[in-house]
Design a protein around this ligand. Structure first.
Ligand code: NAP
Length: 302
């Protein structure tokens, strides 16, 4: 925490703090759109970037117990490790095995996961997609894929097929979430062309939950573009760039597309509401996040 003070409406007093914990945190949009929301609501809270390497994580989490800290967002690569460092984890975060939001409740730290509600809200509201009874292919098996699979099973998708470069990780995801599959079909496949070909012809929603395609990430998408059909919604969780190569290919092939920015803003809005108890100003958050991505594009960062 910077220990900054600023002029409070009723005088000069110590600010409250929020922040995002991750490593290396080069391109996080959260400080910008969260601060825009806090300022819009006239809350005397500063939202900071708290870059934290793995060997500094325990110390960082301890600082969250301070009375001046309201909580934090947690991002790559710490969402799983923080579970053992907080005092309570809600059911959903425990099921997924990942915490992206910590709330300081008088020195006691509570862990939550708002990625699930963020993604589901973006699919229905921005993607016009109702998951119930639909066939979904999830690319990737990390924290984002776990949140996606948990949300889709909860929403009663007909099938969720997880395809990942590392099959063992996809198998772990499937076994962990199997108890929550109810009547949905849940399976893992290796990231080979034959796997993709077997499921893409009957896919309603393709979700990219891998990091491949993000700005500065020097690697091609593992998804075979030639198997994308016009009838599917292609959703990329990546928000920088606003349109990934996968989304551009899907658009060219007549498929509907959805980027990761709405999910990012909705998960952030849910965190904001947990910390402040106030309704998040979504329009303000969207405008700030979009401006930053567009400014990055204009600078030719991507
Ligand atoms: P993670 O836990 O590190 O998982 C990364 C996943 O990507 C793994 O399945 C990994 O496969 C796969 N992968 C990485 N490089 C690959 C490559 N070159 N080829 C094929 N697969 C590759 O990360 P995460 O937390 O799940 O996040 C994944 C992405 O989602 C990130 O880009 C993140 O920014 C984005 N995200 C967006 C939001 C949002 O609000 N829009 C929220 C959360 C995450 P292996 O298992 O084989 O390593």
């Amino acid at each position: 925490m910077s220990g900054r003070h600023r002029e409070h409406r009723s005088g000069c007093e110590v600010l409250k703090y929020l922040g995002v914990i991750g490593h290396p945190l080069k391109r996080s949009l959260s400080p910008v759109f969260q601060q825009a929301a806090l300022d819009h609501m006239r809350l005397d809270i500063v939202y900071e970037a708290w870059p934290t390497p793995p060997d500094g994580l325990q110390t960082r989490i301890t600082t969250l117990r301070s009375p001046t800290v309201l909580g934090a967002n947690v991002t790559i690569p710490h969402k799983e490790a923080v579970i053992a460092m907080v005092d309570h984890v809600d059911d959903l975060a425990a099921r997924i095995g990942a915490v992206n939001t910590i709330v300081n409740q008088g020195g006691r730290l509570a862990g939550h996961n708002t990625d699930v509600s963020g993604l589901m809200r973006s699919l229905t509201k921005d993607g016009g997609f109702e998951p119930k009874g639909k066939r979904v292919v999830v690319a990737g098996a990390g924290g984002a894929a776990r949140a996606a699979a948990a949300g889709l099973l909860e929403a009663r998708a007909a099938s969720v097929t997880v395809i990942n470069r590392t099959l063992a990780r996809a198998n772990r995801l499937v076994e962990d979430l199997r108890p929550y599959a109810d009547r949905s079909e849940l399976r893992a496949l290796p990231g080979m062309y034959a796997s993709w070909a077997a499921v893409m012809s009957a896919c309603d929603l393709l979700l990219n939950c891998t990091s491949a395609g993000s700005a500065g990430f020097d690697s091609e998408s593992p998804i075979p573009f030639d198997l994308i059909r016009s009838g599917m919604l292609v959703c990329d969780l990546i928000y920088d760039p606003a349109e990934t190569a996968l989304m551009a290919e899907a658009r060219n092939r007549g498929a509907r597309t959805l980027g990761g920015l709405p999910m990012l803003v909705y998960q952030g809005a849910a965190s904001f509401e947990l910390w402040t108890g106030e309704k998040a100003p979504l329009d303000v958050m969207f405008e700030a996040a979009r401006s930053l991505v567009e400014a990055g594009a204009a600078k030719g960062k991507k």
